[in-house]
Ligand binder design. Structure first.
Ligand SMILES: [Fe+2]
Ligand SMILES: [Fe+2]
Length: 470
């Protein structure tokens, strides 16, 4: 009952019962007592009113502060989101070979994660928005380590490429030898040798020289795997000599000078040079602390002794593709850099798995991935999802220069092969197909001519019943 109603009741009681008290003194005491009640109640009401007002004021202030905190939180989230997207965009922009990889991988990853969360097949559930954010951030940043990969390695299109294609340097030496041959022929004619015979000799030598250059130029492109016999011919051509009349220790940077062995300074000119060579100065040493640091992170990738080896014969001898083992390591190093960078960030508790999810996108269930050679038991569902999203985007991307995008069926077949080899998660691969996520993505990002039929049932049959697919 509210105070004012209580007061009314007391007033009524005072009137009603006071008439029954005949003793004046008692009556007076009764009335005084009732009036005291009324007074106390009125005072109490006033106190309560004041307290209510104070409480309301405090509540309003608290509400205001909460709104401010919420606003700040939203602004911070927006800032972090933009920051993450800027990093991803920077990586995508850095190399045209990457296209919009960092932007598209999250689309596949999030959709597949949601589907896995809804499926009973997986012991995995996205329980709240924060968990989804964790997966999304990991996907956006999965290749953030590429920010430190040298462009020339990412984009290395021919074997002799460093910052520029050094085939031009070698071609100039062929030009020198060609002129030397002409000079030798002229000298021989001047010395009375038979002109016709000398011309025949010159023609034969020049033809050989042209053939040798064509061979080297073709080898440089690196489009085919090479045989042992190819390496022999390369070595024979490389061993051909020419005379260098100019000091090759002049006009160099401090770094280059440091790589030149003592005996190369003040050489007596002219110097007999090999047409194509591997020199000490071609090798860039890896800082010892780098190896120690990588061990601390538990990376199990074999680390080449040199940071780079620009040796000409060494590069032309690359058996497949255009990368040396040092450059191949540089490419793989992006996954290590991703881990190193993300593990340094003070993620709040709900984002603590970002480095694990992002850093494991090149790991394989059979332990043959990198950089930690993790196995099935160490790879959480979101990390396995990253691997599928990463490969599928890379295979189907149609915006990479000099790279023919795969048709949808070819890309799915490659993923299936990887599942067969025990590299990718079978159930996630099947979910990727049966959920239709692969097709939704294809319709959005692939060129119409890339989208062909995929026999989803055949894959489901193969992987669930063991029947053979195409
Ligand atoms: Fe990667
Ligand atoms: Fe990637």
């Amino acid at each position: 009952m509210a105070e004012n109603e209580l007061i009314k009741e007391i007033e009524k009681a005072k009137e009603k019962y006071s008439q029954y008290i005949h003793e004046e003194e008692e009556k007076e005491n009764f009335i005084k007592l009732m009036e005291k009640f009324v007074k106390d109640l009125k005072r109490h009401e006033k106190i309560m009113l004041r307290s209510d007002k104070r409480q309301k004021k405090e509540y309003d202030e608290l509400q205001k502060r909460l709104e401010e905190v919420e606003k700040l939180q939203k602004a911070q989230k927006k800032l972090i989101d933009s920051f993450i997207k800027i990093i991803a965009e920077a990586i995508d922009t850095k190399s045209s070979y990457t296209g919009k990889h960092c932007e598209r991988v999250p689309e596949i990853a999030i959709e597949l994660a949601k589907a896995a969360s809804q499926s009973e097949k997986f012991e995995f559930e996205i329980k709240n928005e924060q968990q989804e954010t964790e997966i999304s951030i990991a996907a956006w940043l999965h290749d953030c380590g590429k920010i430190v990969t040298p462009e020339y390695v990412v984009d290395k299109a021919v074997k002799l490429e460093t910052i520029y294609n050094r085939i031009h340097e070698i071609r100039t030496r062929f030009e020198v030898i060609n002129r030397d041959l002409i000079i030798e022929a002229l000298k021989r004619k001047m010395n009375g040798e038979d002109e016709k015979k000398v011309d025949e000799w010159l023609k034969k030598e020049q033809k050989q020289l042209q053939d040798d250059f064509d061979f080297i130029a073709k080898l440089n492109v690196g489009s085919e795997s090479i045989e042992e016999s190819t390496l022999e011919r390369l070595q024979n051509i490389a061993n051909r000599e020419w005379l260098r009349y100019f000091d090759d220790t002049k006009g160099l940077s401090k770094g280059e000078i440091e790589r030149i062995p003592e005996e190369d300074f003040n050489q007596k000119l002219p110097v007999r040079e090999k047409l194509i060579s591997d020199k000490q100065r071609h090798k860039i040493k890896r800082p010892a602390e780098e190896i120690e640091e990588y061990k601390k992170y538990g990376f199990k990738v074999e680390i080449p002794e040199n940071l780079y080896n620009y040796g000409e014969v060494y590069n032309l001898s690359i058996k497949k593709g255009t990368l040396t083992k040092e450059e191949f390591f540089k490419i793989q190093e992006h996954a290590m850099m991703t881990i190193k960078m993300l593990e340094q960030l003070p993620f709040p508790d709900y984002l603590k798995n970002v480095p694990i999810y992002a850093g494991a996108h090149h790991e394989k269930l059979n332990g043959k991935g990198y950089p930690r050679k993790l196995t099935e038991k160490d790879l959480p569902i979101p990390a396995r999802i990253m691997a599928i999203a990463d490969i599928f985007e890379a295979l189907t991307a149609s915006d990479r220069p000099y790279k023919h995008p795969k048709k949808l069926s070819e890309a799915i077949d490659i993923l299936a092969d990887m599942v067969k080899k025990g590299e990718l998660d079978k159930d996630l691969f099947l979910l990727f197909l049966t959920s239709g996520i692969y097709l939704e993505y294809a319709k959005k990002y692939l060129k119409p001519e890339q989208i062909d039929d995929v026999d989803v049932n055949a894959y489901v049959d193969y992987f669930t019943k063991g029947n053979k697919t195409n």
